[in-house]
Design a protein around this ligand. Structure first.
Ligand SMILES: Nc1ncnc2c1ncn2[C@@H]1O[C@H](COP(=O)(O)OP(=O)(O)OP(=O)(O)O)[C@@H](O)[C@H]1O
Ligand SMILES: Nc1nc2c(ncn2[C@@H]2O[C@H](COP(=O)(O)O)[C@@H](O)[C@H]2O)c(=O)[nH]1
Length: 190
């Protein structure tokens, strides 16, 4: 049996990764979602095991020490990481998995899985990015400012990705990513 695709969806905070990923999973129910671990506090409506595995710093450190994370990164004021076994078991069973992670983590995954499919989601403009993150209303002003300043550096890492997808409209962004996944399944491996 051939392995499933490991798809990494990355991009600056507020670009719409979560929104696009949610819609994509509805359109492609066979696509498995990798639930990350984080030390961030849950937002209203977020559920443990669904949106994230919410961890204390001690629990997160234990996951690192026990080599349970495929990658992890400190982003702004918190730690985020991808549970390793779930990813490896999913692709090993021939299913495609999508990781929705920030750029430092994505580059670490690329070192371990160069055959992965690395997609960078771009905002139509930096003004629109700011409007989206402010409009979401989940972060305080200091965190928004920090995330936007990090975003400028993150955009500079686009060249390490395989695909650049503009999230101008959710429907179009999803269609572009669906096309990428279909094309990757047709790739001739040399
Ligand atoms: N194409 C779009 N057009 C307009 N608004 C959008 C679009 N995509 C997402 N949004 C809105 O932008 C905000 C940020 O989206 P989302 O939370 O999905 O971003 P994110 O990249 O996952 O952010 P983070 O990295 O901070 O978790 C949300 O309020 C969402 O509804
Ligand atoms: N390196 C990783 N980054 C991750 C992971 N899970 C999520 N993220 C990214 O963190 C930021 C902030 O997320 P938020 O939920 O606090 O807004 C965002 O870019 C996520 O994509 C992970 O496992 N590893």
């Amino acid at each position: 049996m051939s392995k499933g695709l490991l798809i990494v969806l990355s991009g600056p905070s507020g670009v719409g990764k979560g929104t696009v990923c949610k819609e994509l999973r509805q359109r492609m129910p066979e696509l498995v979602y990798s639930v990350s671990a984080t030390t961030r506090q849950p937002r209203a409506g977020e559920e443990h095991g669904v949106n994230y595995f919410f961890k204390t710093h001690e629990e997160f450190q234990a996951m690192i020490d026990n080599d349970q994370l495929l990658e992890h990164a400190r982003y702004v004021d918190n730690y985020y990481g991808t549970p390793r076994d779930f990813v490896e078991q999913t692709i090993g069973s021939g299913k495609d998995i999508i990781l929705e992670i920030e750029v430092q983590g994505a580059l670490k995954v690329k070192e371990k899985f160069p055959e992965g499919v690395f997609v960078f989601l771009l905002p139509p403009s930096m003004e629109e990015l700011k409007d989206r993150i402010v409009g979401r209303g989940t972060e305080n002003q200091a965190t928004i400012d920090h995330r936007l300043s990090v975003a400028v550096d993150e955009m500079g890492l686009l060249e390490y990705y395989d695909y650049a997808v503009v999230n101008d409209q959710i429907d179009l962004a999803c269609k572009r990513i669906e096309s990428i996944i279909v094309a990757e399944h047709c790739r001739v491996h040399k």
